[in-house]
Design a protein around this ligand. Structure first.
Ligand SMILES: Nc1ncnc2c1ncn2[C@@H]1O[C@H](COP(=O)(O)OP(=O)(O)OP(=O)(O)O)[C@@H](O)[C@H]1O
Ligand SMILES: [Mg+2]
Length: 272
């Protein structure tokens, strides 16, 4: 499997965004770009603005200043700021959340099928009418669901109630659901938080396969530096809502400002 998947096409072009909540400035003049096919990481101390950036890229938050352009794999560009979250999701942006959002009362299969049906475009009306086309669609989403469970290594657990999964299993389930819509880019907010060292290795391998085998660009927030340094091809460091540094893992590791603001602290190695 080659790792040379990065292209020079831009997926996200973020220019000078500023996001405020009353007197709190969560993001100040943040500019970043993401190339299609890359595994890009955003790191930084607690409260630095990492999740705020993800929320801005997905339409959950609306920065008061700046511009965010997203370009899908067909070359269509949309301005993200001001668009509703479902429109941005439909355009090809998928995500997982910092706090696990598995539907714990549903089975593993049902959790992924929700994402797969969204992709199949069955919708609520179709589900009620239950015409032949819907049944064909349902068969297709069942097939896709099983394929995705296979991909993340959860097929044998398809009929388990999701709450019975290990923490690492839940994180893999969320990734399966997020890729069910066949997105261009997936945003993972601390995908390995709360998992043990062997689960972390499995997640890293899975994230690499998502990029390599499903052609999905990956944007990743993660506090575990071993994971970030081994997985990311490029890194942005946020601090107090601003971009402190950008570079390859080797460049970031040896950046004095980054070491002082973040890497030098003892809390980030393997912390949740
Ligand atoms: N909805 C909101 N209302 C008010 N303030 C907010 C809101 N969302 C984020 N903030 C503030 O923005 C700043 C950045 O928060 P954010 O959650 O983006 O940090 P983070 O880098 O993801 O931190 P962590 O590593 O702890 O997850 C914080 O000061 C936070 O309190
Ligand atoms: Mg966060």
């Amino acid at each position: 499997m080659t790792d040379a998947a990065t292209t020079t096409e831009t997926v996200f072009d973020v220019r000078d965004i500023t996001l405020r909540f009353g007197g709190v400035v969560s993001l100040r003049n943040v500019s970043m770009h993401m190339n299609r096919g890359e595994i890009l990481a955003v790191i930084g101390p607690n409260g630095a603005g990492k999740t705020s950036l993800f929320n801005s890229l997905t339409g959950v938050y609306e920065p008061q200043e700046g511009q965010i352009d997203f370009t899908n794999r067909n070359g269509r560009t949309i301005a993200v700021i001001g668009k509703k979250t479902h429109r941005i999701a439909r355009a090809g942006v998928s995500r997982t959340f910092q706090a696990s959002r598995v539907f714990s009362a549903l089975t593993v299969f049902e959790n992924v099928k929700i994402g797969a049906e969204d992709h199949g475009g069955i919708g609520v009306v179709g589900a009620i009418l239950r015409g032949p086309a819907t049944r064909r669609g349902e068969h297709a989403s069942d097939q896709l669901t099983l394929e995705l469970l296979d991909f993340v290594g959860l097929r044998k657990d398809a009929n388990l109630i999701a709450s019975a999964l290990s923490y690492g299993g839940r994180r893999r389930l969320e990734i399966a659901r997020a890729i069910a819509t066949d997105p261009d880019v997936i945003l993972l907010d601390e995908p390995a938080a709360g998992t043990n060292p062997s689960e972390k290795l499995e997640l890293a391998a899975l994230i690499r396969r998502v990029r390599n085998e499903r052609n999905v660009s990956v944007l990743l927030i993660e506090h575990d530096m071993k994971l970030v340094m081994s997985l990311a091809e490029r890194i942005y460091v946020l601090n107090f809502g601003g971009v402190l540094a950008e570079g390859t893992p080797a460049e970031i590791r040896s950046n004095q400002a980054v070491v002082e603001a973040y890497l030098g602290t003892s809390t980030n190695e393997g912390a949740a």
